[in-house]
Design a protein around this ligand. Structure first.
Ligand SMILES: C[S@@+](CC[C@H](N)C(=O)[O-])C[C@H]1O[C@@H](n2cnc3c(N)ncnc32)[C@H](O)[C@@H]1O
Length: 223
């Protein structure tokens, strides 16, 4: 797939607590990146459905959803260390046994570690908007990426997206139409009050305070 990354690894300040969490909790909740397909039943010790969240930030929505749905297994992928540390702390504090984290580029994780037709649902909430035109190629939602998501979802599996960036909303709508293999089940433009099957997040609230609108999609893999 493409070589241009959809993220830049920011140095970002990492707190002592987050560092310690990575050191002490990674072996409990982290999954190392390997070029080997994951065996979900042995990873979670059960056969519950798998929801994947790509770019979970500090894990706020991942944790809230894992609390809401204890009979679902959640895999979160993120590359930002402070967010990973924060999320590990939350998993431990809430005693969640249905969450695992991978710290690596989501595109490579999908290609190398996630089996085809193994996911019931994929969530991508507020992906980096890359606002400058010259950076649009860095946006994670592209046709080849949609192909990859399509391949990993079960038949009729679900894809949830949200953004607060109007030009990215247009880009997403064009991409979905061009791709043609996802059907729109729900699509809302709203002001923080019509999120589709997800709690609200701090990130979303920040966008709303800046006067942004929010766009949410629920898409279904055709076939
Ligand atoms: C704008 S933030 C949104 C975070 C979170 N979803 C939320 O709603 O609060 C986007 C996140 O996606 C992550 N990200 C971007 N590209 C990624 C990739 N290829 N693999 C893993 N994470 C990625 C970034 O590190 C960043 O934390």
């Amino acid at each position: 797939m493409r070589t241009i990354k959809s993220y830049v690894k920011r140095k970002g300040r990492i707190t002592d607590g987050q560092n310690l969490a990575i050191k002490n909790l990674w072996s409990k909740y982290g999954v190392d990146f390997k070029k080997e397909i994951l065996d979900f039943p042995s990873l979670f010790c059960n056969e519950n459905p798998i929801y994947l969240e790509i770019g979970f930030g500090d894990g706020e929505l991942l944790i809230k959803q894992a609390q809401l749905y204890p009979k679902i297994n959640f895999i979160g992928i993120e590359v930002h260390d402070p967010g990973i540390g924060h999320c590990l702390l939350q998993i431990e504090n809430h005693n969640l046994c249905n969450v695992r984290i991978i710290s690596h580029d989501a595109i490579e994780v999908l290609e190398e570690q996630i089996g085809n037709t193994s996911l019931e649902r994929i969530n991508i909430y507020f992906p980096d908007p890359w606002p400058k035109k010259k950076h649009h190629k860095r946006r994670i939602i592209q046709l080849d990426f949609l192909d990859l998501l399509y391949e990993k979802l079960f038949s009729k599996g679900l894809l949830y997206l949200a953004t607060d960036w109007e030009n990215y909303k247009e880009h997403i709508n064009f991409s979905i139409k061009d791709h043609g293999k996802f059907m729109s089940i729900q699509y809302h433009e709203h002001e923080g009050d019509q999120a589709i099957d997800r709690p609200t997040s701090k990130f979303e609230q920040r966008g709303l305070k800046k006067g942004h609108k929010i766009w949410d999609w629920q898409l279904r893999k055709l076939i």
